[in-house]
Design a protein around this ligand. Structure first.
Ligand SMILES: [Fe+2]
Length: 390
């Protein structure tokens, strides 16, 4: 019988078993640091990843839940670094690496401790904006992890000294994830001039927004690669932490917050061959009420399609959150230098830009969040042995 999960070379006090006892319904472990975990036997039987039951992290599952025996009587003992459970009903043996078990303790305290808490920011974050030089991210896993960690924690990271070639834009994207191709193609050139033929290239200011909420899901991680800044010093990137905005909105307008965290707001793009439509609340919450997504864009909102009684309250709530988003206390204002790239999570960070009167060239590409955070987990595991992300 193989150990169910990765063995740890050194057993930290918090992963050392001080006392263990069990009955049919639960296994109670007191750890070396005094914390007590209580695991349901059904949870333990389900998480057995021996060869017979299958390695769940790889998608194998030979033991199915409808095979659960009536009773889960067991004899459970702690050995050096492992917890061994002998299931009396069928004689099956489950081995858990004790560190894995501790890292998956689902007490309120441990779940709260494990939660990746975003660090919220406002305009003053300009003095702390995380940055990594591009060459170092290419050459060093630890530098690359700094990029991922920054986006995970703050939603944003600045890459410095990126070559300005089109190949380099693609290379940033493939370094971090996979390009998410859309009807705009793989890379979108924003070339703005004082007197453009098309409005897309007009040097007008833009309000804070998240991009392309008419897709499901919207573009995940955005990369603004600055090729040429405007000569007049305008065209600054104005970034806003949507999670901070939502938290402050919650404090100031709790009823409107509850409304915008529940009603779907439609967005659409219907041009030429494109017929995109998606709807979702402005503020996305997880099961525990934590803010996990932010979608706001006045320019792409469609006709609101809600019960009669909600129309006016929703408009009032939207007006309030748009007003808050225009407040400069939230705006991190940064003029991207030639060869710099901003990487940010479009599910959290709003972007805007100031007006300008020169020639400005930015390349924009989107990469998928799933692959981005997949690589982040692998790097965390490789460099720090993080197993609570698995
Ligand atoms: Fe945009």
């Amino acid at each position: 019988m193989e150990a169910s999960h990765i063995a740890r070379e050194r057993i930290e006090p918090e992963n050392r078993v001080r006392d263990i006892r069990s009955d049919e319904n639960k296994v109670t472990i007191e750890w070396g640091d005094g914390h007590q975990s209580e695991f349901h036997t059904v949870w333990l039987r389900d998480n057995c990843s021996c060869e017979d039951c299958g390695d769940h992290s790889g998608g194998h599952r030979f033991f199915e839940l409808n095979m659960l025996p009536e009773r889960l009587a067991n004899e459970t003992t702690a050995e050096e670094g492992f917890i061994k459970i002998c299931w009396e009903e069928d004689g099956h043996i489950t081995l858990f690496d004790s560190a894995w078990l501790r890292n998956h303790c689902y007490s309120d305290q441990e779940r709260n401790h494990r939660r990746q808490k975003p660090i919220l920011w406002d305009a003053s974050f300009i003095n702390h904006l995380p940055s990594v030089t591009y060459a170092s991210a290419l050459q060093s896993d630890s530098q690359l992890l700094r990029v991922y960690d920054a986006v995970r924690t703050y939603g944003i990271c600045l890459l410095k000294e990126v070559p300005k070639t089109p190949e380099a834009t693609e290379e940033i994207a493939s370094l971090l994830s996979f390009v998410r191709e859309t009807h705009y193609g793989r890379v979108f050139e924003i070339i703005s001039t004082p007197n453009p033929e098309v409005i897309a290239n007009a040097p007008v200011p833009l309000r804070p927004h998240t991009d392309e909420n008419f897709r499901e899901p919207p573009p995940g991680i955005m990369i603004f690669h600055s090729i040429k800044a405007s000569e007049d010093g305008g065209g600054k990137s104005v970034m806003t932490d949507g999670f901070k905005l939502a938290e402050d909105f919650k404090q100031q307008y709790p009823d409107e917050y509850a409304l915008l965290a529940s009603v779907p707001i439609p967005h659409r793009r219907f041009i030429e061959k494109v017929g995109l439509r998606a709807e979702a609340p402005v503020i996305g919450l997880d099961y525990f009420g934590n803010i996990c997504e932010f979608r706001l864009n006045e320019r792409t909102m469609g006709p609101i399609d809600l019960p009669h009684a909600l129309i006016e309250p929703v408009y009032r709530a939207l007006a309030k959150i748009f007003s808050l988003s225009y407040d400069s206390q939230y705006h991190l204002s940064y003029l991207l230098k030639d060869g710099e790239a901003l990487v940010f999570d479009n599910a959290r960070v709003l972007h805007a830009r100031t007006g300008f009167n020169g020639n400005r060239h930015v390349r924009l590409t989107h990469v998928g969040s799933d692959e981005f955070y997949s690589r982040w987990r692998r790097l965390r595991y490789k460099l720090h042995g993080d197993i609570n992300l698995i």
